[in-house]
Design a protein around this ligand. Structure first.
Ligand code: SDX
Length: 432
């Protein structure tokens, strides 16, 4: 079958160019515009890349209109219900669900890489107690490069896999060290007998003075939240990791750039912003006032946890988290959490308001996650750190895919220059 093309006509010159159209397994077809400049002399303009495909990927598929999310073809609802975070991490990296032996080998490898060099732990002494944990995470993840510089040959597939395991394994240890620095408690080493998520909870909440018992409800809820955050195709932080990696930089530096991008309140920082927003709203009777603020173009206030660049329907992750929220709060005996009540009323009122309906603004993954984190005893400013732990397998899988993609080259967007026209330098003594 002949290749499908779209013809672009330059009405100023009458010149035409046929651009190939490329489609994938699911989802929209894209016009390959790489020859546009050579054929018609134009580049394309798309601030925020809302209409631009940066790569071809086998990893994750999102249908924003239908509220569909697939990791390597598997629906997020089924993975959240039946899988584990480490099984999902391996699925994202290798592309297939592992058999029992493959999963055990992967879990064993991750377990064996959870410790960090003792010198790395001293880094935390340099941070003030009130340093934001994302500042600590971003800095310390980037510094992992200093400890593994001899084994970062990104052109060696075995090396890439070793880096992948190291990053996935060490994120919780680094995150928990940041948390312990925040609360002024001694760091807790990883314990190999614990699950990945159980280890995270233990490193966060264990203290030398008493035994810490891992609550299985909290362990399962957190593991499911990590699954829901594991990947999301070409979101801002993943695109940042890809752009950094396209220069050939080492994976730890690329992951640190992902942490930096994720921190923003419009992206992974939204879960922290949702809880701060709920605290600012305070009570249900204040909801209408804040809904009006969110609609007011002159007011920078936005309804955090609402809206999405791709989902113009319910974020399927929000639906799952909303259900888990009720189950976890019931089982933890905090079912009457006033902030959950407030969040539910806010959602109800917003979804009945034409402004949100017309713009297809629905709750996203961040709207309810913070309420569960809070119920698990995690402080608000630490929520985005948990998002980063969850997103790490996605960043790693996308990093590996980029390096193995023959079409990929260093990322270098273009611009429309609107500055001063060419002019000559004026010596200081001749300036007014
Ligand atoms: C994540 O990309 C991903 O996949 C991200 C993520 C992932 O897993 O990696 O899903 C994780 O980042 C989820 C999003 C978390 N962010 C928030 O909850 C912050 C609040 N949401 C908004 O900032 C916003 O909705 C974005 C950033 C999420 C999306 O922004 P867009 O696509 O640029 O939307 P837009 O600015 O074009 O909005 C369209 C309209 C505008 O109004 P009009 O100009 O058409 O009149 O909707 C309005 C916006 O003002 N709008 C909102 C709103 N979000 C959009 N109005 C009030 N409250 C909001 N939250």
């Amino acid at each position: 079958m002949s290749e499908k093309t779209v013809t672009i006509t330059d009405n100023a010159t009458g010149k035409q160019a046929d651009m190939p159209v490329r489609g994938g397994t699911h989802g929209p077809e894209l016009i390959d515009i790489r020859s546009l400049h050579s054929e018609l002399g134009y580049f394309t303009y798309d601030p925020g890349f809302s209409s631009t495909g940066s790569c071809q990927s086998d990893i994750t598929y999102i249908d924003g209109e239908q509220g569909v999310l697939l990791y390597r073809g598997y629906p997020i609802e089924q993975l959240a219900e039946q899988s584990s975070f480490l099984e999902v991490a391996r699925l994202l990296i290798h592309g297939e669900l592992p058999n029992k032996k493959e999963l055990e080998e992967f879990e064993e490898s991750i377990t064996r890489h959870t410790m960090v060099n003792e010198s790395l732990r001293i880094f935390f002494n340099g941070f003030h107690y009130n340093a934001h944990p994302m500042a600590m995470l971003t800095g310390v993840v980037g510094s992992l490069s200093a400890f593994y510089h001899d084994t970062i040959d990104i052109n060696d597939p075995e090396n890439r896999l070793l880096c992948a395991h190291r990053i996935i394994a060490k994120m919780p240890t680094i995150a928990a060290a940041a948390f312990k620095h925040m609360v002024g408690e001694p760091f807790v080493h990883p314990l190999n007998r614990l699950s990945y998520t159980g280890n995270l909870l233990n490193m966060l909440f264990a203290r030398p003075s008493e035994e810490f018992e891992i609550n299985p409800v909290a362990e399962r809820a957190l593991d499911q939240l990590l699954i829901l955050h594991a990947d999301h195709e070409q979101n801002a932080s993943t695109s940042t990791v890809r752009l950094a990696a396209s220069t050939g930089t080492n994976p730890f530096a690329a992951m640190a750039s992902g942490c930096a991008a994720l921190w923003g309140p419009a992206h992974g920082g939204a879960n922290e912003a949702v809880l701060n927003m709920l605290a600012e709203i305070g009570t249900v009777d204040q909801v209408p006032k804040f809904i009006e603020k969110a609609k007011d173009k002159n007011d920078p206030f936005r309804l955090m946890g609402f809206g999405h660049r791709v989902y113009k329907n319910y974020d399927p992750r929000a639906t799952i988290i909303r259900k888990t929220c009720h189950e976890v709060l019931d089982e933890l005996g905090v079912a009457n959490d006033p902030q959950l009540e407030l969040a539910m009323r806010l959602e109800e009122i917003a979804l009945a308001d034409d402004y949100f309906v017309e713009r297809k603004l629905y709750p996203n993954v961040d709207f309810y996650s913070g309420i569960i984190y809070r119920a698990l005893g995690i402080p608000t400013e630490f929520f985005t750190v948990l998002f980063a732990i969850g997103r790490t397998p996605g960043w790693v899988a996308q990093w590996m895919e980029l390096l193995e993609d023959p079409e990929q080259r260093i990322g270098r967007p273009r611009q429309i220059y609107t500055g001063a026209a060419k002019r000559d330098y004026v010596p200081l003594h001749r300036r007014g």
